[in-house]
Design a protein around this ligand. Structure first.
Ligand code: PEP
Ligand code: MN
Length: 345
């Protein structure tokens, strides 16, 4: 649509698309609104060019449409209630333990995350574990603990939904719904996430190509949820000095093809604590939109992923380094002063 197109003009174009039996996806951008059309098998010839407010009709030949920069040139920016955002200038820093294990462990970790100046807290209440005998998470009790963290520390909550049932609950409690690597091609779950009212953080499958990754995001967007945040978390290779091989080259590759933000998770991406800070620095330098880092108040006693979780002091150091690198690549980091417990605010 043209930059000055009115809401009525956008609505009229959408109605015409829907009347022709297709689905219209109005996606607002900084400059103008783009309207994606899906459900068509070939060229759409319903005379949209003549409608008032229409700038141009572009045929997207790639298999992913709504995800593509052809449909929307401006970066997608997602804003959060605590002032945080992703996709703009400020880096989205998400930190916290792999799992929510107890109220004490979660609160102790959250305090350090907040005091270091991150605006987002992670922690799994539902854990996709390789072994059925490993800790599976606290379920809804874990989500309640996370909700308490949000009100106490003004941190936005990122937590994983592993199936349909948990997605309903995660949508209710969390600020960002995480879809894990193992579920990147769980298409029914992706469609359900596409109907959710909260942003979705989609992790790359451990053997997914760039196109498969973008097609997974397309599943979510095709259902009407346009707030998708991508996350690189390492892929399987022959390397045995790390748990996974962190593929930082996917960051500029995604940014060329898509308007969606892309984060990097160097914790699962390397699986080794000593490699998390160096790879986080590299990820910021390469131009990612943020980091997701595992940090535990007592990693040696963690019930999952302790080996790759930073000690709180290491996380402080990492934040210091990120604050130094960010301006070189035109990014900012939330000020430390934003971290105050609710009572002090
Ligand atoms: C996680 O973030 O804790 C997690 C399980 O990640 P992934 O899906 O990338 O393995
Ligand atoms: Mn983990």
């Amino acid at each position: 649509m043209q930059a000055h197109a009115s809401d009525e003009q956008v609505r009229a174009v959408c109605e015409k698309i829907e009347r022709a039996g297709f689905k219209a996806h109005p996606i607002p951008g900084a400059q103008r609104t783009a309207i994606g059309i899906t459900g068509n098998q070939g060229l759409v010839e319903i005379g949209l060019e003549e409608l008032p407010g229409v700038q141009e009709v572009i045929r997207v030949s790639k298999p992913y449409k709504l995800v593509s920069r052809d449909v929307k040139q401006d970066n997608t920016v997602v804003q959060f209630a605590n002032g945080g955002s992703v996709g703009g200038k400020e880096l989205m820093i998400i930190a916290g333990p792999c799992s929510v294990e107890s109220r004490e462990q979660t609160f102790a970790s959250a305090e350090r995350v907040a005091r270091a100046g991150a605006r987002f807290f992670r922690g799994g209440a539902y854990k996709p574990r390789t072994s059925p005998y490993a800790f599976q998470g606290l379920g809804e009790e874990g989500l309640r603990i996370l909700a308490e963290v949000r009100s106490r520390w003004n941190l936005m909550i990122v937590t994983e939904a592993i199936d349909y049932e948990s997605l309903d609950l995660v949508e209710e409690y969390a600020d960002v719904i995480q879809i894990g690597a193992r579920n990147m091609q769980n298409f029914s779950l992706l469609k359900r996430a596409g109907k959710a009212k909260k942003p979705v953080l989609l992790k790359r499958g451990m053997s997914a190509t760039l196109e498969e990754f973008l097609m997974a995001a397309e599943y979510v967007m095709s259902e009407g949820n346009y707030n998708v945040i991508l996350c690189e978390r390492g892929v399987r290779t022959f390397a045995d000095h790390t748990r996974n091989t962190l593929d930082l080259s996917i960051v500029p590759a995604v940014q060329r093809l898509s308007h969606l933000p892309i984060l990097v998770d160097p914790s699962h991406g390397t699986g080794k604590r000593d490699k998390v800070s160096p790879l986080s620095r590299a990820a910021v330098a390469v131009g990612c939109d943020g980091l997701m880092v595992e940090m535990h108040c007592d990693p040696d006693r963690a019930l999952s992923d302790g080996m790759q979780s930073l000690y709180p002091d290491q996380f402080d150091e990492l934040m210091g380094a990120v604050r130094q690198i960010a301006p070189i690549v035109g990014r900012t980091v939330a000020p430390v002063t934003s971290a105050q417990p609710a009572a002090a605010r």
